[in-house]
Design a protein around this ligand. Structure first.
Ligand code: HEC
Ligand code: HEC
Ligand code: HEC
Ligand code: HEC
Length: 377
């Protein structure tokens, strides 16, 4: 369901500032990062911070960045220091264009080139990876020199660590909902590592500096996202209704959309409408408004109706009538059925109709029976 709008650039700006503030020392470059970092004016070079073993110069075929870096863990008083090697891998969905300034090599081939020497130089090897789980598993099967694969890939769901031959695969959760920790100890001279996942609920106190930074970031992101949506709606109006004078976002004739809204469904399904109206679904946009995220394209997708579908929700200026999780967010577009209810039937739904939105990271407690009980109609 991932859909990223132009507001991504605004968030990237703050994301990068935030990572600088946190003092992150090693970055693996993912398949989509290059253009986005360049757009931010961040120079991609061998600087001891960016790692990638399989991002190659299009001209020379040499690695564009450091294939790996080694960090020394501060030793405990009685123990020797532990040298931890970080090597980077990514899988890019976009096949490299000919003549491009860079290209992605198959991670397994790059691992072949760099792992043996890295293994020599350190005690523990962590592969920072940005790839589908299947590719990470393949990497672990093909190469015995990796102790841990720390993988993060798009909006993959949270998962418990898994062990594939020598490697432990840990998924680094996105959206800063969790803090991952690797706890090192020495077991008969060899590092033993325990991955921990701390869920950042409201009960975890914020760091004051980060909290102050977040207040500034949120206000600026929200203001610029709103501005962006406003000007898109404005351009849209001017492109479509010549000479109709000034008009407001959602006054557009909705006849070109097959979404008819809950209001229409409610004219015949009064009982279902009543149940829905008093449920959280009917107010799902309010919590985003409260958090000033109502123009965040990454958030709205699950708090509205028909996001990403033709005639579905675009933004609050253009399609305010499709805000909230309305009947058609679950049942699908209902124009035909509303015209001829006995001829054009709605598709039956099952438990799977919920999990596109109630996924483990946004609805960790979801379980169909009790959730359905709360909204059944
Ligand atoms: C994949 C779908 C999805 C996305 C994307 C999503 N949400 Fe939600 N959100 C949900 C669902 C489902 C619930 C209800 C969870 C429950 O009650 O189990 C929810 C509940 C919430 C709540 C109320 C519960 C709470 O955690 O306090 C807030 C606030 C919220 N979302 C904000 C956001 C913000 C901000 C974003 C963007 C960063 C976002 N959501 C993106 C699906 C999503
Ligand atoms: C959160 C998802 C969701 C929303 C929102 C929702 N429904 Fe449903 N609805 C379901 C599910 C699931 C069922 C039960 C499975 C089925 O019969 O398709 C159902 C059942 C129904 C049924 C009975 C179907 C039958 O065969 O008896 C009707 C009618 C209906 N919904 C209408 C509505 C109307 C009208 C709205 C809006 C006012 C609405 N629903 C909102 C998920 C939803
Ligand atoms: C003009 C009245 C009318 C409107 C508007 C209407 N429905 Fe219906 N709906 C019906 C009738 C009548 C049935 C029962 C059909 C039958 O059993 O022959 C029905 C049946 C259903 C069913 C059960 C499955 C099926 O198709 O038989 C669902 C689900 C449903 N409606 C959802 C909706 C949703 C969602 C909307 C809005 C998008 C909507 N309806 C709008 C009259 C309407
Ligand atoms: C289009 C995305 C979406 C779909 C599909 C969806 N939900 Fe939700 N659901 C949400 C969001 C967003 C919230 C949080 C809204 C709020 O509480 O403000 C939520 C909240 C809830 C809640 C808690 C609020 C309440 O009214 O009690 C229940 C229960 C729930 N959903 C059940 C379901 C069930 C059952 C299904 C499948 C039949 C389903 N949802 C499908 C997005 C969705």
């Amino acid at each position: 369901m991932q859909r990223l709008g132009p507001d991504r650039a605004v968030k990237n700006e703050w994301l990068w500032k935030g990572m600088e503030l946190l003092g992150i020392e090693v970055f693996n470059i993912g398949g989509n990062d290059i253009e986005e970092l360049q757009a931010l004016g961040v120079e991609l070079s061998k600087n001891g911070r960016f790692v990638s073993a399989n991002l190659l110069s299009g001209q020379t075929g040499d690695p564009l960045l450091d294939p790996y870096v080694i960090k020394t863990m501060p030793p405990a008083p009685s123990a020797p220091a532990v040298r931890v090697g970080f090597i980077g891998f990514a899988v890019s969905k976009h096949s490299s264009k000919t003549g491009a300034s860079y290209r992605w090599e198959n991670p397994s081939e790059s691992a072949e080139k760099w792992l043996p020497e890295l293994r020599e130089k350190c005690d523990y090897v962590i592969a920072l990876a940005c790839m589908p789980l299947g590719d990470a598993i393949q990497l672990a099967i093909d190469h015995k020199g990796i102790d841990m694969i720390l993988n993060g890939f798009e909006h993959q769901s949270a998962m418990a660590p898994i062990k594939i031959s020598r490697s432990t695969i840990v998924y680094a959760e996105d959206e800063a909902k969790s803090l991952g920790e690797l706890r090192f100890s020495l077991k008969s001279g060899r590092p033993a590592v325990q991955p921990l996942n701390h869920r950042l609920t409201r009960r975890v106190a914020d760091d004051p500096d980060i909290a102050a930074f977040m207040v500034k970031a949120k206000a600026d992101i929200s203001a610029r996202q709103t501005e962006m949506a406003k000007s898109t709606a404005h351009a849209h109006d001017h492109g479509h209704d010549h000479g109709h004078g000034h008009s407001h976002g959602s006054r557009r004739d909705h006849a070109d959309s097959d979404f008819v809204t809950s209001q229409t469904c409610g004219t015949c399904h009064a009982d279902a409408f009543q149940v829905w109206e008093s449920s959280g679904h009917a107010h799902a946009i309010d919590i985003l408004i409260r958090e000033r995220k109502e123009f965040d394209t990454q958030c709205v997708i699950c708090h509205v109706t028909g996001s990403g579908q033709p005639g579905g929700f675009e933004d609050l200026y253009r399609t305010a009538h499709l805000a909230n999780v309305q009947c058609e967010a679950c049942h699908g577009q209902g124009r035909e059925h509303s015209r001829q209810p006995t001829v054009s039937r709605m598709e039956p739904l099952g438990p799977n109709s919920c999990v596109t939105c109630h996924n483990p990271s946004n609805s960790p407690e979801f379980e169909f029976v009790s959730y359905w009980e709360a909204i059944k109609h």
